[in-house]
Write a protein that binds this ligand. Structure first.
Ligand code: IPE
Ligand code: IPE
Ligand code: MG
Length: 235
């Protein structure tokens, strides 16, 4: 069992791109563009700081409800990111994986995602997990459906269902739970992110908009994390 200050997995809610742009009198997409650059910087920084798993919330199932304009510019940026930025990350020995509802995404995007996952399966430096078209409630419902199917087929009985089995049915199977969840932009909510996995995560909320986030702030947050006492319900 990990001790109090072990930091294997950081999950981030990258929020505030739109407000960052607005503050500068720029269109929201300018914030997303700058945000994508920060993703690169923070991925590199996390590797340098010895983090094993970095999970980034890039697009939620609810984000599909944004204007068509914004969704299509986000998908355009995503295509660029998958093509060039992730290629560089892959070459640096990082394993890449995606969590979320792939069926909602365009076929060419899903194809690139599958290839990146396949091509990086042997990389061991760090795992970069990108939550794309991700919604935790849907993830949990999917797990429940899979388990119901196994029971129906007679492969397992209801008493066999336990925390471990349930965890293994989630997208995050074989990943440790996040030790630390960071949200930028000043909002203090979870927005359907890793609801099951966050059971004992430490939270850190910063007012910084994602496009202004950097390695120095990440280091300060990690320092704060290491001073916390995690109790897991024990005395
Ligand atoms: C986060 O920034 C990026 C996505 C959710 C895709 P926002 O676009 O939510 O920016 P704000 O919260 O409106 O400032
Ligand atoms: C959460 O941010 C999703 C991502 C960062 C991808 P939102 O901006 O969508 O969340 P709400 O709407 O403020 O809760
Ligand atoms: Mg937001």
């Amino acid at each position: 069992m990990a001790d109090d200050t072990t930091l294997r997995h950081i999950a981030v809610i990258m929020d505030g791109n739109g407000r960052w742009a607005q503050k500068k009198g720029l269109p929201r997409v300018a914030g997303h563009r700058k945000g994508a650059e920060v993703v690169k910087e923070i991925t590199r920084a996390a590797g340098e700081l010895g983090v094993e798993f970095l999970t980034l919330y890039a697009f939620s199932t609810e984000n599909w409800k944004r204007s068509q304009d914004e969704v299509s510019s986000l998908m355009g940026l995503l295509r660029q990111y998958l093509k060039s930025d992730l290629k560089e990350i892959q070459d640096n020995g990082v394993r890449i994986r995606f969590i979320g509802e792939r069926e909602m995404l365009d076929a060419d995007i899903v194809k690139m995602m599958n290839k990146l996952e396949r091509d990086t399966v042997g990389n061991t430096k760090m795992t970069l997990c990108i939550a794309l078209s991700y919604g935790s409630r849907q993830e949990i419902v999917n797990a429940a459906q899979k388990i119901a199917m196994l029971v129906k087929r007679g492969d397992i009985s209801p008493e066999d269902v336990d925390v471990k089995m349930f965890s293994d049915m989630l997208y995050t199977r074989d990943m440790p739970d996040p030790d630390l969840i960071i949200r930028t932009s000043g909002e203090q909510r979870i927005s359907n992110y890793l609801l099951w996995q966050a059971a004992y995560s430490e939270f850190f909320f910063t007012p910084t908009f994602w496009p202004d986030f950097n390695k120095t702030e990440l280091e300060a947050i990690i320092k704060n994390f290491s001073s916390r006492e995690r109790r897991y319900g024990k005395n």
